[in-house]
Design a protein. Structure first.
Length: 95
């Protein structure tokens, strides 16, 4: 995905801050009614990731978000305010 550049005005100057994409793989789950997950993040803005109340999957419980499809590493609850790249997140469920 291409990066977005969002202007911020400081007096007579416009500074363009790069924003990065957040992609969610809900693994057969779905967002709760009328919920829209954050789609981007940028410098200075930590993003809290959607919790179990924001996802549904019949007969399953949401465990958490992981940075890879193998679910290695810890559960992620937020994305840092110091962006480095686009982020792909993978939902883990238990039955």
């Amino acid at each position: 995905m291409s990066h977005l550049f969002v202007p911020a005005l400081f007096g007579d100057y416009a500074v363009f801050a790069k924003e990065y994409a957040i992609t969610y793989d809900c693994k057969d789950g779905a967002w709760a009614a009328e919920y829209e997950a954050p789609a981007t993040y940028g410098v200075g803005t930590e993003v809290t990731l959607p919790t179990a109340e924001k996802l549904t999957r019949e007969g399953w419980s949401f465990v958490g978000w992981y940075a890879n499809a193998e679910y290695s590493g810890g559960i992620l609850t937020a994305i840092s305010a110091d962006p480095e790249a686009d982020v792909n997140l993978y939902a883990r469920w238990k039955q």
